[in-house]
Design a protein around this ligand. Sequence first.
Ligand SMILES: *Cc1c(COP(=O)(O)O)cnc(C)c1O
Length: 379
Amino acid sequence: MTPTPADLAGAVLTIDLVALKDNWRRLNTLAGKAECGAAVKGNGYGLGIEPVAKALWEAGCRSFFVARPKEGEELRKLLPHATIYILDGLFAGQAEFYAKLNLCPALISIEEAQEWAAFGRVYGRKLPCAIHVDTGINRLGFSMAEFDSLLADRFTMRELNVTLLMSHLACADDPPHPLNQRQHDAFAAVRAKLPGVAASLANSSGVFLGDGFTHDLVRPGIALYGGNPTLNVANPMLPVAILEGAVMQLRNVAAGDTVGYGATWTATRPTRIAILGAGYKDGVPRALSSREPHGPAQVFINCHRCPVIGRISMDMMGVDITDLPDGSVKRGTRAEMLGRHIGIDEAASWAGTISYELLTRLGSRYARLYTGLESDRPA
Ligand SMILES: *Cc1c(COP(=O)(O)O)cnc(C)c1O
């Protein structure tokens, strides 16, 4: 029989596009009257821009946010009719590239605004753009003073077709943080200076801050992909990425034996071990390596959580299955490293990082399976 990719890869990443679409619909409902867009930068947060973008379009999403013009080019091929914003702004000398692909830059400085306006003059048409004002994160965007200067620059303003005013929250995942209200109020002041233009402030967590933060368009990213947008509250989103490794070998070690590189883990009892075909090349963070007999990191096998033991290698990792029923784990049994039982936020916290980094650093070697794209269904 011809083997499937999953038969040959050792590790399998399943991306549940039904869950992705469901997450978008939930956020769309929460956003109320505001339009729900999607942040799909970084190859759809590592999950694959093509299936992710198509699934979101099928769910009803029409406005997409990427970081780089190169990402915009790729997305334009997939979604000819979508509105595509480039969050990193207008790259120097690249206005024609944006215009030809109908990419909308989120302008971040006077220099960019003047370049876009000047290009529009030559092109013979006022081209759409967003204006990104920094209201307190101090990352990208016009400062409040620079925004005032832009408004005062009548020559430039006349040539711009501003379709969106946007800003970005620094602490939306921490609702009581005082910066949220400060940014909200600063954004209200920005909007008052350019009335009648659609506005967007909320990322995933911002959608959960309530009506005052959703404005006309929301830009969720991580929540679409199953990350928890609400700190210290049960995750309202469905898991989308499921990473599993297949058991390659089972072995018994005696108390006092060590497991893995550096002999960092020592058995304190006779221990049954499963070696899984998933390692840091596959995106399992090496920081999940255990230092203690029952270090924090776990995988899920046959309805049980089992501790990770020893160091994560490039291609494999060990787990303690001593407490599982005899014979229940076999060669080829799959163990979940990330997914429905081991949440991406939980695994990320064990590794000392965040779900965003886990997803965008997933490897490239495992078999990737996508479930639930309508356009793939037989007619
Ligand atoms: C990445 C990004 C988003 C999406 O953020 P999440 O926290 O993933 O929801 C929204 N807006 C901007 C400007 C971004 O850079």
